[in-house]
Design a protein around this ligand. Structure first.
Ligand SMILES: Nc1ncnc2c1ncn2[C@@H]1O[C@H](COP(=O)(O)OP(=O)(O)OP(=O)(O)O)[C@@H](O)[C@H]1O
Length: 583
């Protein structure tokens, strides 16, 4: 019973704590900041490690709990049989042994019959736990994408559903266990001890008996004080056993208390990280300290201890004033940016890798803090971001198109499946409805859809949500150029303003302006007219040609060396200089 109440109390406490933690975790994209900006708890959910630990603990527990009783049984049975044989009182000694064996066998049969299928139930519990951890790891891995999509509510709902199922299963097991434990304890405590009494009584009742009157005639103390000493010995022995038991309990409680302190510090750390993140304090464990040389290209550091920037929402466009782009590590990516992007200004964003293109979107999406300056932007519902890495949620095919909306929200907006079909038509994905078994088909869409299909599904979401601005971050790299072009045109026709990060010149024609980062902390923004586009295309063509020629240089050098060796001549001085320059 005590075990049952302990378990139930533990479950209830854990449920409350976990629910509270979930609420904190999903507040204002905290899950993104905790797993990406703050390194302290990023590795909290190591599913495999935990499973292996649990398994090892269970095996160790069983080992220590089975070996001693088995050893005791073997030893005691051996002693009893040996004793019976020596004394030759077989029938009297064997009777209790036969009784004990019979009672144990009957008890085992009863327990087996009334025992619920614990193995099956525990396996189901393990499956539900695994599913919950899987959902957690998905959130951790895709936290940036989810944060950009604003999918925290959808993910929270899924986690809560998985958690509720696990909680229900655990409560079910505990409910079943209470009846079983009651019966088990009744049989073992009362039936077994009752049988024990009978077993002890048999030799006493059947032994040769001398009456007290006969003994009184022999002496004043016929047993020479043996009974008094035996009583004192038995009392002291029982007291000593009880004291030893109490001290042992105290000592094991001390161990439990120190363990609890360890768990408490983990939970406390989790909540203090949530609190710090709420106040904009991030600690990145990979950074060695303020002003550390991180080997960055720009090498400039920003004091991230205070957030002085202002950001607010307005119905108009996007306006950045004196805003630096600073990574959570404090590296300055862009020193100072001022730009105005009204609706209808289709902006192409280019620059070398790591120059801050996606980081600009992180600032606009509210994922990274604005350390200085002012950011004015439309409400989050008016900006929809499609990340480089497509993210598919768990759920139906319909859920993929409307993400992060739920079906209830979709119905409230008055959208029906036919309209979703029309959207899939635009992104050239219509066949998948039939292929996957309809709108309500469930799958792990991350695995089921190809790279290009996932990217097109991401673009389909733009047509469902119809935002004012679509922030497209190299999200068409696996889509063919003609399909990509038709989708871009459709987005523009729908009155959505494009903010595109891309390296593909084929997309230039859909944009009116270009924002170019130089990778050294600088930037420039200009109009992208027809002549400008033409000129850039010529440059791109020339760049490609030069790259092809340069790539051939090592081969030419090898061939030249080969020819010199055949002819027994030296490489001419001019050629050496040319080769050195090319290196
Ligand atoms: N979560 C993060 N924490 C710390 N630094 C980051 C984080 N995310 C990005 N950075 C750094 O910020 C800089 C700019 O990254 P960003 O993703 O904006 O590059 P990008 O221009 O989009 O590059 P690409 O073309 O390769 O996608 C990089 O140096 C990167 O290492």
């Amino acid at each position: 019973m005590i075990r049952f109440f302990e378990s139930n109390l533990g479950l209830a406490f854990r449920s409350r704590l976990t629910e509270h933690a979930y609420k904190q975790y999903f507040k204002d994209q905290t899950y993104y900041r905790v797993s990406n900006l703050d390194g302290r708890l990023a590795n909290a959910d190591q599913c495999l490690t935990e499973d292996v630990t649990m398994f090892s603990q269970s095996v160790a527990h069983l080992y220590s709990h089975l070996t001693k009783p088995i050893f005791d049984i073997v030893l005691i049975s051996g002693t009893l049989f040996g004793w019976a044989n020596r004394r030759g009182t077989g029938s009297i000694i064997y009777l209790p042994i036969i009784m004990a064996s019979a009672v144990i066998t009957v008890t085992a049969r009863i327990l087996k019959r009334i025992s619920p299928r614990f193995g099956h139930m525990v396996a189901e519990e393990a499956r539900l736990k695994g599913h919950l951890r899987y959902l957690h790891s998905r959130v951790i891995t895709n936290s940036e994408e989810i944060a950009f999509y604003g999918g925290h509510q959808a993910e929270n709902n899924q986690l809560n559903k998985a958690f509720a199922a696990l909680k229900e299963q655990m409560s079910f097991i505990y409910r079943k266990r209470i009846l079983y434990i009651m019966m088990e304890q009744f049989l073992m405590k009362y039936v077994w001890s009752g049988t024990g009494m009978v077993m002890i009584a048999i030799p006493i009742l059947t032994a040769e008996y001398t009456s007290p009157q006969q003994n009184a005639l022999l002496d004043d103390e016929p047993d020479g004080g043996v009974s008094e000493r035996t009583r004192a010995f038995a009392t002291s022995k029982n007291l000593l056993y009880s004291a030893a038991d109490a001290v042992e309990r105290l000592m094991t409680s001390y161990k439990d208390i120190t363990e609890l302190a360890g768990y408490t510090s983990r939970v406390w750390e989790m909540f203090s990280v949530f609190e710090d993140v709420k106040q904009g304090k991030y600690i990145r464990t990979t950074v060695s300290g303020e002003g550390a040389d991180v080997g960055g290209k720009r090498g400039e550091r920003f004091d991230t201890s205070t957030i002085q920037g202002v950001q607010y929402e307005s119905a108009g466009g996007i306006h950045l004033k004196n805003v630096p782009i600073v990574t959570p590590n404090g590296d300055v990516v862009v020193r100072n940016m001022t730009a105005e992007i009204p609706p209808g200004m289709h902006l192409l964003i280019t620059g070398p890798n790591g120059c801050g293109k996606s980081s600009l979107f992180r600032i606009l999406g509210g994922l990274w803090p604005v350390y200085r300056g002012t950011v004015e932007r439309p409400p989050k519902s008016s900006m929809y971001y499609i990340p480089q890495r497509p993210y598919m949620t768990l759920g139906t095919l319909r859920d993929q198109v409307i993400y992060p909306d739920t079906v209830a929200q979709m119905r409230r907006k008055g959208v029906v499946d036919d309209e979703l079909a029309a959207i899939l038509e635009i992104v050239h994905l219509s066949p998948i409805v039939e292929r996957e078994g309809g709108w309500s088909a469930r799958n792990d869409w991350m695995d089921v859809l190809s790279g290009g299909e996932k990217q097109r599904m991401g673009l389909a979401r733009v047509f469902y949500h119809r935002p004012l601005f679509a922030l497209l971050d190299e999200c068409t790299s696996a889509v063919s150029i003609d399909v990509e072009g038709s989708i871009y045109q459709a987005i523009k026709d729908a009155g959505i303003t494009l903010l595109t990060v891309t390296h593909r010149p084929s997309l230039w024609k859909f944009h009116t302006h270009i924002l170019q980062f130089d990778g050294e902390g600088g930037w420039k923004m200009e109009q992208l007219g027809a002549s400008f586009t033409q000129q850039r295309l010529t440059f791109v063509e020339e760049k490609k040609q030069l790259e092809t020629q340069l790539a051939a240089v090592p081969k030419l050098r090898d061939r030249l060396n080969e020819l010199c060796t055949i002819l027994g001549e030296d490489v001419t001085q001019d050629a050496v200089e040319d080769m050195t320059a090319s290196d």
